[in-house]
Design a protein around this ligand. Sequence first.
Ligand SMILES: [Zn+2]
Length: 500
Amino acid sequence: MTADRPGRWRRGTGHAAVLVAAALVVAVTPASAAPPGHLPGANGGGTPGAAGIGDPLFPDEGNGGFDVTHYDLAMRYRPDDRTVTARATVSARATQSLSRFDLDFDGNTVTGLTVDGRAAGYRRDGDELVVTPARSLHRGHRFRVTVDYRADPAATHHCAPPNSPITSGWLPTSDGFVTAGQPSCARSVFPGSDHPSDKAGYTFRVTAPDGLTAVANGVPAGRHEHGGETTWTYQQRVPMATELVQVAVGHYTVQTAPGPDHTTIRNVVPTSMAGTLGNDLAVTGPQLAWMRQQAGSYPFATYGVLAAPANFRFALECQTLTLTSAGMFGALPQSYWSPVLAHELAHQWYGDSVAPARWADVWLNEGHASYYEASWADREGYASFVDRMHTAYTKGDTWRSQYGPIAQPSAANLFNDNVYDGGALVLYALREKVGAARFTAIERAWAARYAGGTGSTRQFIALASSVAHRDLHGFLTAWLYGTHTPPMPGHPDWTTDPVG
Ligand SMILES: [Zn+2]
């Protein structure tokens, strides 16, 4: 994600105010009231699954006792009242014998729930949907939970940690909606195991009246017209974290072109802006070709940018389909948005294909993305990479004091400057330590070794040491966990500002 953090939208532009002035006023309505909980059914053994997956920063994220393998998300958008009726089918495998289990689900109105086709008990407990199947589920059993619900994309949600630019997974647009789940708001869009360590495959079936276009992550898998409506199906076969789900409905034009590695470039733009945005987004192909030189083959079948007609002030690396505000392109110069697009593209390798094992590892997402964002800006002549690293170095001790070490962020300020440019600075220090060729080898090995899964800080340190043929544990541990900024290799003259 790139977001409206201090210094970011300000940097090198005088246009941020334009975007504020142009911001849409979105009507906010109260969250739908949940129906009273249903009584649990009969049972026979097993124990309750844990409410969370065990992430110290977000104890209730994800769920214990099962592993989600696939989501089938069917949504039907009604323009007359701007609501969505949905059925989520969650396929999972029990990792313990379960008397009951939780799904993460925030808000919305549940209208029905079954487990393996049988009515099951359920109740709402904050953002946990507690499910009691009619019979307990044995360890290893593959089961299917179907949840019917109604959603109002304009409703208020309570899924986000403090200081997050994203406060609901739904973002209403002028003619439909888009979704943005990072880090913990996918649960406001669909029930599931909302932690990046529980990846799954996805099928999306989105129905909208004729004239509107629906898009989602992954590749198209059919379009069916019926009675004035069209159902658009998409498949995301490469496992994906919940936070990276994108489902969008609106008046869009889908622009496709062949990309490198047999990929398809797919940019999705408001039809009314198709000409200008199509020109701006022509940068996607060159960026994709450049990024694969840094990180190795692109990990998915398709990539593109969804420019949504709503003026939110962040961009998000939804898997295969980066979400941006269409307003960003007109309001800010190319020297701003082109590096932002490079940032979100880099996330496809670092953050999406290789997701963080725990949220404290988020520097592996944002540090890498910021590193390549700054590299692209330097390559295009917008801003000096080394100057940006030098600036980050001077702020190093201040950031560590303010936000904690780079690999120890707090839940209250997860997406902080130290995770972004501080994380990029760690990678620069590593490059200065091992040399550019070894550094590129590490970057590619990391993206290849953990493709489709998750990676932790500990695993990154081990892999870097292995690829560089030297023990980097002490070096990287000081950079990632130290309370003071270590000396920068190759720059003995660099100093940090005193902590004020
Ligand atoms: Zn990012």
